[in-house]
Ligand binder design. Structure first.
Ligand SMILES: Nc1ncnc2c1ncn2[C@@H]1O[C@H](COP(=O)(O)OP(=O)(O)OP(=O)(O)O)[C@@H](O)[C@H]1O
Ligand SMILES: [Mg+2]
Length: 226
């Protein structure tokens, strides 16, 4: 196991613009190959926590390290590069671009970081096949179901071999059967790539594929069932 955690959070404090404190002293460590589920009531701050980890929002205090790099010690430009190179995202609303083919969508992180187009597209085709979309690389998102779209999002999240994958309710708008398939693929691909993943979810089935399930409360993250 690598000595460097994929994600290490300590002493994290965040209050919302109105002044209400969401959490303080929050700590979380996720190692390469580990999948952690974060649950908790609506409005408790789960998406806010993911945004902080992604460097899209700024904490009041605390430290966030991704693959050993300290977010707070970075400039905006450095944070952007870290986000692009070291993090993969899977969001509820997919963010799949309609005018690009599935392969182009999946290859986007590689193309954005100036990687080779041919190589990016070839890896995209391999990943699309791995998530059950073999032969669909040239299709457009309008030809896909919700579950298929989410599988494209998983391929895209993995394509640049990120150290950390952040997923916010990745199966939130899928039927139970598609959700199950997408989840199994997500867990398998994440573990194969030795990436770490943090999945925010309301679903027990999602939590069941995780190595650890934590609940975010006003008192911080607590191990589920305790
Ligand atoms: N820009 C903002 N200004 C004021 N309050 C905000 C702002 N953004 C978020 N909040 C508040 O912060 C709290 C946490 O929001 P967040 O989206 O992180 O919750 P969540 O745990 O992801 O909820 P859900 O399960 O419903 O997605 C909420 O009470 C929300 O109203
Ligand atoms: Mg949320």
């Amino acid at each position: 196991m690598s000595a460097i955690p994929a994600l290490s959070v300590s002493g994290l404090r965040k209050s919302v613009p109105g002044g209400r404190l969401l959490f303080d002293g929050l700590a979380l460590t996720v190692r390469p190959g580990e999948i952690v589920a974060i649950m908790g009531e609506s409005g408790v701050g789960k998406s806010t926590l993911l945004n902080l980890i992604a460097g899209l929002d700024v904490a009041d205090a605390g430290e966030i390290k991704i693959d050993g790099g300290d977010l707070s010690a970075m400039s905006d430009d450095q944070r952007t590069i870290l986000r692009r190179d070291c993090i993969g995202f899977v969001f509820q609303a997919f963010h799949i671009l309609p005018h690009l083919t599935l392969a182009q969508n999946a290859a986007l992180p590689v193309l954005l970081s100036g990687g080779g187009e041919a190589q990016g597209l070839s890896r995209a085709r391999a990943l699309l096949a791995a998530v059950g979309l073999e032969g669909r690389a040239g299709s457009y998102p309008s030809e896909l179901s919700g579950g298929e779209m989410q599988r494209v999002a998983i391929a895209r999240a993995l394509i640049h071999r990120p150290a950390l994958i952040l997923a916010d309710e990745p199966t939130g708008n899928l039927d139970p059967e598609s959700a199950e398939k997408v989840l199994t693929l997500f867990a398998q691909q994440t573990r194969d790539a030795r990436a770490a993943a943090v999945i925010v979810t309301h679903s027990d089935r999602v939590a069941a594929v995780a190595d650890r399930s934590l609940v975010l409360t006003a008192q911080g993250l607590i191990l589920r069932g305790q």
